[in-house]
Design a protein around this ligand. Sequence first.
Ligand code: GDP
Ligand code: MG
Length: 174
Amino acid sequence: MAEYSFKIIIIGPAAVGKSSLIRRFVDNKFSLQYKFTIGVDFMAKIIEYEPNKSARLMLWDIGGQDRFKMLRRNFFDGANGALVVFDLSRAQTFSKMKEWISDMHKLMKIEIPFVILGNKVDLLTEIGEVIDRNEPLQYSEKNDSVYIESSAKTGNNVEKAFVELTQRIVQKFS
Ligand code: GDP
Ligand code: MG
């Protein structure tokens, strides 16, 4: 049985790969077809965040277009940690992602651990770098977070992001 149960929220602008990251993590599947999230989706998975130590993660996935809706309050309520995602192939998603982080700080009474994910790293071999990656790196250091580059398509660093986040939450509780 899992020792802990955590509510994890996945936030960030539309189409950065939030739902795809969850799908990769939970079902180990990926599709290029874009099916946008309406309202909030839920999934759960037990993660081994350290050898022989497990936690049950309740994953809350919100539609990117729902940033300004009332439903946000329920969404953020009681969250233990956040995965904050932007798209490495679209530079403007990084500044939009920072708005999500300031919303989170405004809406939550407590500071929760969060991991910053630059997703779709697989695309950079074709299109080259469109954002100076020192920016998210420095931003994460300043904000007591960590920056990880991932691909829901290849699976690169997806598990690692959830493990890192879970470890940070557990650390906060112990
Ligand atoms: P969301 O709106 O943030 O939930 O984004 P989705 O998970 O629905 O993904 C948006 C689009 O980007 C879809 O067409 C996905 O197939 C695609 N996508 C998501 N993650 C990746 C990735 O890591 N690499 C590539 N190449 N495409 C991705
Ligand atoms: Mg989605």
